[in-house]
Design a binder for this molecule. Sequence first.
Ligand SMILES: *[C@@H]1O[C@H](CO)[C@@H](O)[C@H](O)[C@H]1NC(C)=O
Ligand SMILES: *[C@@H]1O[C@H](CO)[C@@H](O)[C@H](O)[C@H]1NC(C)=O
Ligand SMILES: *[C@@H]1O[C@H](CO)[C@@H](O)[C@H](O)[C@H]1NC(C)=O
Ligand SMILES: *[C@@H]1O[C@H](CO)[C@@H](O)[C@H](O)[C@H]1NC(C)=O
Length: 226
Amino acid sequence: MSDNKRCPFFLFFIIFHLLAAQSFAANSTNISYEIEPFIRVYKNGTVERLTGTDTVLPSLNPKSKVLSKDIIIEPSVNISARLYLPSSAAGRSRKLPLLVYIHGGAFFTSSPFTSIYHSYLNSVVAEANAISVSVNYRLAPEHPLPAAYEDSWLVLQWVFSHSKDGGGGTEAWLQNNVDFDRVYVSGDSAGGNIAHNVVVRAGLEETGGVRIRGLFLNCPHFWGKE
Ligand SMILES: *[C@@H]1O[C@H](CO)[C@@H](O)[C@H](O)[C@H]1NC(C)=O
Ligand SMILES: *[C@@H]1O[C@H](CO)[C@@H](O)[C@H](O)[C@H]1NC(C)=O
Ligand SMILES: *[C@@H]1O[C@H](CO)[C@@H](O)[C@H](O)[C@H]1NC(C)=O
Ligand SMILES: *[C@@H]1O[C@H](CO)[C@@H](O)[C@H](O)[C@H]1NC(C)=O
C-alpha cells in the first residue's frame, strides 16, 4: 500500500504551486488566488474546484460484489461517509477488520464519492475482506484546518461508539460485522497527513477500548489515471 519514491516529488509539486499561484495566475482580473490543479478562488468569494468534483453513487459492485452506501454522521456540520461491505461478510461467524480511509486532494478537493476513490475502496475491500468507512471531511479554503482533522476525528469517535465498550453506535454494518480489535486507518496525500493526526489523537484520548492496529500511508500513485 505504499509508493514512497513518488512522495517527495508530489510534495515539491504542491509547494511549487503554492508559491507560484499568486504571481502567475493566468487572468487575475477577478481571481483572488489560484492553486493549480486544485482550486481557483475569485475575489467575490466563489471557490471553483478544478479536480475531484465527479461523483458516483454507492452501489452493489457487479464484479467485486462489494456493497456500498452513504450515511450522514454529523448533520450539523454535514459530515458523512461512504461505507463498504464485502460479500464475504454474509453468513460469517468471524467478524471482519475495519479500514477507515481518508482521501487526499491537498485539503482542497475530492471526496469519497469520486470514481477514483470509489473504485479504489471497492477493490481494497474485496481483496482485504474488510469493512471500510471512507471519510467525507470538510475542505479548505471554506473550512480551513483543523476542520479536516476535527471531522475525521469525529468519524473515528463514531466508529469507536460501536465497540463493546464504546456504547451507543447504531450502524448495523459496524455492529454486526466489525472486529474492533482489528481497526486500521489509512489515507493518501493530505489524507495520509490527516490519518497520522487522528491516530496520534487516538493514542491520547478515549477510544471506547479500541486500539488502532495499524496506520497505512499511501502515495497518490493512482492520481492522473482519472
Ligand atoms: C483577463 O480577463 C479580462 C476580462 O475577460 C480580459 O479583458 C483580459 O484581457 C484578460 N487578461 C488576460 C491577461 O488574459
Ligand atoms: C469580473 O467581474 C466583473 C464584476 O463582477 C464582471 O462584470 C466580469 O464579467 C468578470 N469577468 C470575468 C472574466 O469573469
Ligand atoms: C464570482 O465571480 C466568478 C467569476 O467572475 C463568477 O463566475 C461567479 O458567478 C461569481 N459568483 C458570485 C456569487 O457572484
Ligand atoms: C452536504 O454534503 C454533501 C456531500 O458532500 C453535499 O452534496 C451537500 O451539498 C452538502 N450540503 C450542505 C448543506 O452543505
